[in-house]
Structures are given as C-alpha cells and as structure tokens.
Design a protein around this ligand. Structure first.
Ligand code: SAM
Length: 282
C-alpha cells in the first residue's frame, strides 16, 4: 500500500505536518465553499477534514466541544437560547443541550454538506442536531446575525480558520451584530486558533472584542489533533467576568457526565502564558 493510502496528512501553514494512520476513506465532496472529507483512522476514530485541515476527531472532540460550551454556559446566570455559528459537525450543540435550562439551540452553518456528511458518518457529534431543542439553519452566519430579530443568551462561533467563508466571522462588524443580538448578560465565545501559529489572529480578535464588549479575555485548552496541541478560545461578554463571576458550585451540583471540563479546568484555562497575556492585552 502506498504511503498516501496508509496515512492522511494535515499540512499546516506549510511548516508542519500531522499524519494520521488511515484505515479507509469514507467520504469526499467539493461543496460551493470547501472540500469536505471524512476518513476512518487507526488511532483517532473518524476524522472530519475541511480543505485538508482536521476539524473533528472522534477520539478527542470532547475536549474542544466541552471547553467551548461549558465555560460560557456555566457563567451565564440562566442560559435559555443559544446560537452556534458554524459547528456543522454538531459537537458544540450536543454539549449545549446538556444544560437543562437551554430551551433552544440554533445552529447556523453555511455548508449543508458538512451537516449531512457528519450526520451520516459521525453520529457521535451530529446526533444532537436531530434534537427537538435544536434548529439547524443552512446560511452564512454573518448574514444571519446581521438580519435576525431573535435574541440569544450565549453565542458560540465554532468556525473554520479566518479565510474563505469564515473570514468575516473574525471582523468588527460581525461582533457589533453579535453584541446587538445578545441579551443583557450575553456571552460570546469564538474559536481563535493556535497561540503558536496564529498569534496575529488572536491579537486582532482581542482588539476587536475589547472595542466592542466591556469584558473580553481568552482561554486555552489542549488536544490531540490540532497542530501544536495548544489552542485558544476568545471570550467576550456584556458584563460577566469569566473568572470573578464563576461559581464553581454550579458545575459540581450540575453533575454533568463530562470528560474534560470541570471547575478547576475552568479556572485554570484563563491562566495565560506571558506572551499570550500580552497579546490579548490583559
Ligand atoms: N470544531 C471545529 C474546529 O474545532 O475548528 C470546527 C467546526 S465546524 C466543522 C466549522 C464550520 O464553520 C464548517 O462546517 C464551515 O462550513 C463553517 N463556517 C465557515 N464559515 C461560516 C460562515 N460564515 N457561516 C456559517 N458557518 C461557517
């Protein structure tokens, strides 16, 4: 078997490659926005790749999705309506719906083929999209937040990297619209990339959030499949501080069946290394 049949490589910024031992290729399609692939690997379960970049692996997706969802949802006083932009694999929606106060989780994903492929091949994350408390809208998230008259308590921007259809999800006018559709104690969390390889993106996003929101910060997690392992989320709110206003007792009494997030991990995630603390202007 040729090497390309035994390994699937993700090349990142042309400077680093990550190889996953391939078992079989399950799906590949070129949509109007991107190339979507789903493969089965020997060591990481199924992988969803977009334009050759690993988005989700069955083995470690719980880390990213728990950290994206439970930090804001355990901070918001009573999250009832949640909006996920991107996130077509469904993992973020699955974690959001663990919170019983959540009455509706709206997912706005630009590419319907990501949703259909995830539903078919990665039910571990996508099954949640069929929940009666979930509503899936196939639309550009930039357009949705600009035009909607709906309001949300928490918004999660679970997007690809800041190019192509995701580019405007990292811009000031998008976040001004996000602030407009957030309720009084509203919180937004966004996938912000690698502190090592995308510090510029994180810096720019921090500047925008500081200009648009009274509270902004960043927090970290680490996983198996993203280049370099260390990854950041951007955080912003209309007033809720991610550490000072965190009540660890809520996590303990909720007793959710989680595998990564807990009260200690929440607090620790906001302890930033010096180069990142400076980059986000803390
Ligand atoms: N969880 C993954 C991660 O860690 O990066 C990413 C989740 S998901 C696969 C990223 C999604 O963002 C893709 O399905 C892509 O189609 C979607 N997306 C990109 N730009 C978008 C936009 N402007 N509006 C809505 N969805 C968008």
């Amino acid at each position: 078997m040729s090497d390309s049949n035994r390994w699937i490589d993700e090349s990142y910024q042309g400077v680093v490659r990550t190889g996953f031992r391939l078992k079989r290729r399950l799906f590949k399609a070129k949509s109007a926005f991107q190339t979507i692939e789903i493969v089965e690997t020997s060591g990481h379960g199924k992988l969803l790749l977009i334009d050759g970049m690993t988005m989700v692996s069955e083995r470690d997706e719980f880390v990213y999705h728990e950290m994206m969802a439970h930090v804001p949802l355990f901070l918001h006083p009573r999250p009832r309506r949640v909006l996920v932009i991107g996130g077509g694999d469904g993992g973020a929606v699955r974690e959001v719906l663990r919170h019983k106060t959540v009455e509706l989780c709206v997912l706005v994903e630009i590419d319907g083929q990501v949703v259909s492929a995830s539903k078919k091949y990665i039910p571990q994350t996508a099954a949640a999209l069929s929940s009666r408390r979930a509503r899936v809208i196939i639309e550009d998230g930039v357009k949705f937040v600009r035009e909607t008259s709906e309001r949300f308590d928490v918004i999660l921007v679970d997007s690809t990297e800041p190019f192509g259809p995701a580019k405007e999800l990292f811009g000031a006018s998008f976040y001004k619209d996000v602030r407009r559709i957030l309720t009084e104690h509203g919180i937004v969390v966004s996938q912000a990339g690698s502190p090592f390889y995308e510090l510029g993106t994180i810096k720019n996003l921090a500047k925008i959030l500081k200009a648009v929101f009274p509270v902004s910060d960043a927090y970290l997690f680490t996983n198996l499949t993203y280049p370099g392992g260390l990854w950041a989320f951007a955080y912003a709110s209309k007033g809720v501080h991610p550490v000072r206003h965190f009540n660890s007792g809520r996590v303990k009494s909720a007793r959710l069946p989680l595998r990564w997030y807990n009260a200690e991990v929440h607090a620790g995630a906001f302890a930033l290394p010096e180069f990142l603390r400076k980059a986000v202007g803390r």
